[in-house]
Write a protein that binds this ligand. Sequence first.
Ligand SMILES: Nc1nc2c(ncn2[C@@H]2O[C@H](COP(=O)(O)OP(=O)(O)OP(=O)(O)O)[C@@H](O)[C@H]2O)c(=O)[nH]1
Ligand SMILES: [Mg+2]
Length: 299
Amino acid sequence: MFESKLLVAAIVGKPNVGKSTLMNRFIGEDLAIISSKPQTTRNRIMGVLTIDELQYIFLDTPGFHKPKNRLGDRMRRSIVDSLDDVDVILFVTYPKEDLDAIEIELLNMIKARETPYLLVINKSDIAKDKEKLRLWEKEISERYGFSKGISLSALNGENVDLLFDGLGKYAKEGPHLFEEDALTDQPEQFIISEIMREKLLNNLRQELPHGCAVYVENMQRREKSDIIDISSVIVCEKKSHKGMIIGKGGLQLKKIASEARIDIEKFLDSRVNLSCWVKVKEDWRNNETAINEYFQGFN
Ligand SMILES: Nc1nc2c(ncn2[C@@H]2O[C@H](COP(=O)(O)OP(=O)(O)OP(=O)(O)O)[C@@H](O)[C@H]2O)c(=O)[nH]1
Ligand SMILES: [Mg+2]
């Protein structure tokens, strides 16, 4: 009989450094949404992977930034909460001259705990001079007291295995928290609203999607049919934004919904009939009640 082991790793760093891409790479599924815009992730997203006796639990977190509203405060809280009760912290950054002030602020919070923390320099594919990158990795690791440093590319997979293989040593003996085939603790409704938000991020310009929230209002499988009816709500901050989301003749919303439906069908492994409503709620990002309603109790 083998002993079961558990490894909980938090993935933290500034917005847009590739935390969600890395977690998806680890678990081999497109669980967390990814976009080229900063502050894509808004909640702590748990990715689970079980290989024989070892269960890995990865906590993908929102990008660490100076909060500008209550939503930002909440995102920061979910990062800070994720630093507790984990076995190892993966601090993700990318090749550049030095860590910046916000990263050092995050590092100081990490150092105040007794958890080992590793330096992950993601996007190694954009570094032209590999020797320079190696030296930077060594210098930053030493200067900031990282247990270990590694350069990798979450995008093309280079060196991700190396990091993954090294994580096993931080595992502790204990029972698994999830079934062997579990992927996440997030409810289906959350993943569906995230898929929709990804399509908003990809289709709408600039700041607009940052002011959007999505929630699933209703989800029901039709009797004697393999179709699931989903009705979702897109919340935006201004009437003019509503117009832009819907687009001329409803074309923009149609495009967003049809892209989302394809991914939701893949995720649920079922045919889906998706309806989307657009609602305006001014300044919802500063409204705790509204945030609670849209986040439906997710972390
Ligand atoms: N070149 C390159 N781009 C990457 C790599 N990993 C991620 N990206 C890109 O970086 C952007 C941000 O990736 P995300 O995974 O959403 O970053 P994040 O850190 O989760 O961002 P937030 O959720 O906003 O904090 C996307 O455009 C990714 O495709 C990498 O290894 N190399
Ligand atoms: Mg993310």
